[in-house]
Design a protein around this ligand. Structure first.
Ligand SMILES: *Cc1c(COP(=O)(O)O)cnc(C)c1O
Length: 356
């Protein structure tokens, strides 16, 4: 673990807030940003000059390694405001641990815990007016790291920039999600970077996802790269299947992103005495369950949309429709999760983290 430099967090506040320019009732996910951002540079073997400053453009050399070799990782997390005006993060420790795990895989130096939490909480406090109360409203927080060393030689960068941006968000409705089960393209492979939140994983998904869109589907359910026999993730979310009253999901491996929403859903299900099986889920068994009527639900789980029900899937040119479940597992887990996130229910797992 890289130690921090014991440098004090420098805070440069904006002269005037841009908040009045933002229409909080018409937000496009991830497109408006709060007044401040966090920036910290890695140079000479240590993270230095942690600074909160006005949100704005960066000046970076076009030869910076991130542009040529894709050495970049990120996180996605949220802050929520309860009805008393208190602001909470949801399991931020998980995101802290995961960005460092992703960094290790991309040969990026780990970021110190104390600097991460001080920057995160100071930033949320400074821009707390940007977190609106009310169901579905949140502040989407995007920590990320990029390689900034100048030079187009293919080797790990000796310099990096760690940043945190924050974007106000409304409920993220994915609508009716129809998915295609992948039988050619892959998201990740054994020994690859699928378990890391690497920027390049997303770039590589856009083309096959566009092909699915052209056919009228919104997302791809990724299968194992070697034989396309096992169901692994749905788009950029983890995926769950409900067969009768049992919840099935792929086990964590180096092909699967260890989602915070996924592990929270599993904990909630176990707490509710719902049977959960974390094991390889085959395409064949899900197609069979769809045919015999035991497949009740498929849903994606991830921070942005929380839970996203799938209404139909296509496999080798056949479309299987799922009956709409008003009171299904998807609805139930979404409610339970959001009640904890907005401080409306007990938090038996200690997931809420009070900021201010
Ligand atoms: C971020 C991500 C998820 C969801 O993780 P959460 O921590 O629940 O937001 C799932 N799959 C992939 C590939 C991801 O990048």
């Amino acid at each position: 673990m890289n130690s921090s430099t014991n440098q004090k967090l420098e805070i440069q506040k904006v002269e005037s807030s841009r908040i009045a320019e933002v229409d909080f009732n018409n937000l496009t996910f991830g497109s408006a940003f709060t007044d401040h951002m966090f920036e910290c540079d890695y140079k000479d073997g240590e993270w230095q000059n942690p600074t909160i400053k006005p949100y704005g453009p960066l000046t970076i050399s076009p030869a910076a390694k991130v542009f040529h070799y894709g050495q970049a990782v990120f996180e996605g997390m949220k802050a929520f405001k309860d009805d008393n005006g208190k602001v909470w993060l949801f399991r931020p420790e998980q995101n802290y641990l995961r960005i460092n795990k992703s960094s290790v895989r991309l040969a990026i130096p780990e970021f110190p815990r104390d600097v991460f939490f001080e920057a995160l909480t100071t930033l949320v406090k400074l821009d707390k007016e940007w977190v609106k109360p009310g169901q579905g409203n949140s502040l989407y927080i995007r920590p990320f790291v990029i390689a900034t060393q100048v030079g187009v030689s293919a080797s790990p960068s000796s310099e990096y920039k760690f940043m945190i941006l924050m974007s106000p968000a409304q409920a993220y409705y994915t609508g009716d999600v129809k998915v295609v089960i992948a039988d050619h393209y892959s998201r990740s492979a054994n020994g690859g970077v699928g378990a890391a939140k690497a920027a390049g994983n997303y770039g590589a998904q856009f083309f096959p996802t566009n092909l699915a869109r052209e056919k009228g589907f919104q997302q791809v359910i990724w299968t194992d790269a070697s034989k396309h026999e096992y169901l692994e993730e749905a788009g950029t979310m983890n995926v769950f299947f409900r067969v009768n009253d049992t919840l099935l999901t792929a086990p964590i491996s180096d092909r699967i992103l260890d989602g915070v929403t996924r592990k929270s859903v599993i904990a909630l299900a176990k707490n509710d005495n719902i049977a959960v099986e974390e094991r390889p889920v085959s395409v064949a068994e899900i197609v069979e369950a769809a045919k015999n009527g035991s497949l009740k639900e498929i849903f994606g789980a991830g921070t942005a949309a929380v839970i996203s029900p799938v209404s139909a899937f296509s496999y080798q040119e056949t479309i299987y429709e799922l009956e709409k479940q008003e009171d299904g597992f998807a609805t139930r887990f979404k409610k339970e999760l959001m009640d904890i996130q907005y401080n409306r229910s007990e938090d038996p797992f200690g997931w809420r983290y009070e900021v201010v």
